[in-house]
Design a binder for this molecule. Structure first.
Ligand code: PMP
Length: 402
């Protein structure tokens, strides 16, 4: 049982505004069943989790914990390996702060990361004397496992890379890097912000120890939700970002006995409706079929890449589709990315992102200031993509330079 594109479109109220939404790498619109799941919390069992014994509190707790199971199913994990966060950034910070890394421990990351997978490590470098090594050299922004291998030394504790680049669209060899990390006894954190929900992702196959992901992108979940997968034998090694109410067994004035993971990461009142919505969103994308989503995004991307046939348009990243996600980053010569994005919006209500996409080192490496970026999801239509291709061609012809 899959859901057709028309059915999914009918479920997304935001699309009725007539927008051609090609900014899915930033965040995705929310389908009605996900909104309804959140509404049902407010309407029917609007209580806090984990504490009360009354029926509304019990139901809220059950639904909240059920979301852990649904998230786990999407990435091939166990429910007890899922920690809820407010976004990918928080999940990455949780690993960076929580591992107890100290002076001279080494972290290896890549030149092509989102700032959210760079700044948390820079902070450790500044505050704790952790050594940060950054590798990456390819013009297509593809990672080479050999460069990571060369950077590993006896002080290396962690490798962290993205799975799919939000800036360029490259798909990285995470399974090979995962194997390398295991061979050398180094931890591996994957930033899966652009892959979870967009393509099949299996944490066991990748062999990573941690995976940070958003609820509000590929999974079509609510904004303000995300999660961290932490492998069951590594989760206890992580210190929670927050401590306080809701996670204690017993408290004295100077000490406290806390609950086990993953609930130990839920101090304070969490985003209960959001997490319940995230659980429903996981069911929703699994109903479509994540392999179907991947297949369709690839076809839409193939069509988007036609803009590269125009000599005034430059598309960045891998040429072949097999190393690409549903993100196309481009420039029209003679125009700034912001000019291109504004024109697409004004002329045809086409929403694309422009700028450095929170990946400035990537663009310094490419010697450009930024790009315009179109990114798809399952619900985008072939006709929308054709319109985008046509308009980029027209703008390039009218206003671009050779
Ligand atoms: N990493 C990557 C690769 C991303 O694309 C993004 C979002 N653009 C992030 C991290 C940050 O995600 P969030 O907004 O969920 O914190």
């Amino acid at each position: 049982m899959t859901k057709s594109v028309d059915e999914v479109r009918a479920d997304i109220p935001f699309l009725r505004t007539g927008i051609i939404y090609l900014d899915n790498a930033a965040t995705t619109p929310t389908p009605e069943p996900v909104i309804e799941a959140m509404l049902s919390y407010y309407h029917e069992f609007s209580a806090n989790v984990g504490r009360g014994l009354h029926r509304a509190a019990k139901r809220a707790t059950e639904e909240f914990e059920a979301a852990r199971e649904k998230v786990a199913r999407v990435i091939g994990a166990k429910p007890d390996e899922i920690i809820f966060t407010k976004n990918t950034t928080e999940a990455i910070n949780l690993v960076a702060r929580g591992l107890g890394l100290k002076r001279d421990d080494k972290v290896i990351t890549s030149l092509f990361e989102h700032h959210s997978n760079l700044l948390p490590w820079q902070r450790l470098e500044r505050e704790r004397g952790v050594k940060l090594e950054v590798v990456g050299s390819s013009r297509e922004c593809l990672l080479n496992p050999a460069e990571f291998e060369a950077a590993i030394d006896r002080n290396t504790r962690l490798i962290t890379t993205h799975h799919v680049s939000n800036a360029i669209g490259s798909v990285q060899p995470v399974e090979e890097i995962g194997k390398l990390a295991r061979d050398y006894g180094v931890l591996y954190l994957v930033d899966a912000a652009q892959s979870v929900g967009h393509m099949p992702v299996d944490v066991r196959k990748i062999g990573c120890d941690f995976m940070a992901a958003p609820g509000h992108k590929g999974l079509l979940g609510p904004q303000g939700t995300g999660f961290l997968y932490a492998r069951e034998d590594k989760i206890s090694a992580l210190e929670p970002l927050l401590t306080g109410g809701g996670i204690v067994e017993d408290v004295d004035l100077h000490s406290a006995r806390l609950v086990d993971p993953p609930q130990i990461f839920d101090a304070g009142t969490p985003n209960i409706p959001g997490i319940i919505g995230l659980g429903r969103a996981c069911e929703y994308v699994m109903d479509i079929g994540i392999d179907k989503i991947a297949e369709r995004e690839m076809e839409l991307t193939r069509r988007m890449l036609k803009i590269a046939e125009n000599s005034r348009v430059e598309v960045y990243g891998p040429r072949g589709l097999e190393r690409r996600g549903g993100v196309v980053s481009f420039n029209i010569s003679g125009l700034s990315p912001h000019e291109v994005a504004s024109m697409l919006d004004e002329l045809a209500k086409i929403a694309v992102r422009s700028g450095h996409h929170c990946a400035q080192p990537t663009f310094r490496h490419l010697r450009i200031n930024g790009t315009a970026r179109a990114s798809v999801h399952y619900f985008n239509l072939e006709s929308e993509v054709e319109k985008f291709v046509e308009l980029v061609g027209e703008i390039a012809k009218e206003l671009g330079t050779l």
